[in-house]
Design a protein around this ligand. Structure first.
Ligand SMILES: CC(C)(COP(=O)(O)OP(=O)(O)OC[C@H]1O[C@@H](n2cnc3c(N)ncnc32)[C@H](O)[C@@H]1OP(=O)(O)O)[C@@H](O)C(=O)NCCC(=O)NCCS
Length: 166
């Protein structure tokens, strides 16, 4: 699918967030009530996909700094690392697509956008982490190559070196 009908931009007060409905009450409430506060407190950046024609918010995601303890990397990856306690990461904390726009490749496009932002030259980031809210979300991330953390199957990561495959 071409994502040209959508623009991915930082979320701001001007965007019409009322009516956004992904079907996940927790994520919809987060977006309506807490995303703005998290941005103000520098706890997360939030980006939205805008339908350029309808001007609706079609999806959103949040991105923050994070780290992955070495003990949560699968052994074959951990053994290639120096003996640090943790490796640097970004965290795709929340991702949701409005029901009207699901199944059109937008979730995948937002993951790719978050990976690109994570891979900027100004900071070293080994992988992007995601917190899957349930088994269905975990399956979505596994479909895109994310690897479950050892001992934390709902937390998954994608090494940034795989970026070119998406
Ligand atoms: C999960 C969600 C983000 C997916 O977004 P979407 O735009 O509908 O998904 P896409 O159209 O980008 O799907 C891209 C690919 O993922 C696959 N996919 C979608 N949902 C999947 C699932 N639950 N399990 C496995 N694969 C899945 C699609 O089949 C498609 O595969 P293909 O490219 O090989 O054809 C969206 O449905 C959503 O917001 N759901 C409610 C909130 C939620 O569960 N968020 C998850 C983060 S915790």
């Amino acid at each position: 699918m071409s994502i040209s009908p959508f623009s991915i931009v930082p979320f701001s007060r001007e965007h019409p967030k009322a009516g956004f409905c992904s079907g996940s009450e927790i994520l919809d409430r987060y977006f309506a009530e807490r995303a703005g506060q998290d941005i103000k407190r520098n706890l997360a950046r939030c980006f939205v996909a805008i339908d350029n024609e309808q001007k609706n918010i079609a999806g959103f995601y949040t991105l923050s700094a994070a780290q992955i303890p070495l003990m949560n990397l699968p052994e074959q990856l951990a053994k290639k690392m120096p003996r640090y306690d943790a490796v640097p990461a970004s965290r795709l904390g929340r991702l949701a697509i409005d029901k009207h726009y699901q199944g059109r490749g937008l979730g995948q496009a937002l993951i790719a956008d978050a990976l690109k932002k994570s891979a900027r030259d100004s900071m070293a980031v080994y992988a992007m982490l995601v917190d899957a809210k349930d088994d269905n979300a975990a399956a979505f991330y596994r479909h895109h190559g994310f690897i479950p953390c050892t001992g934390k199957p709902q937390t998954l990561f994608l090494p940034l070196k795989t970026l070119s495959k998406l």
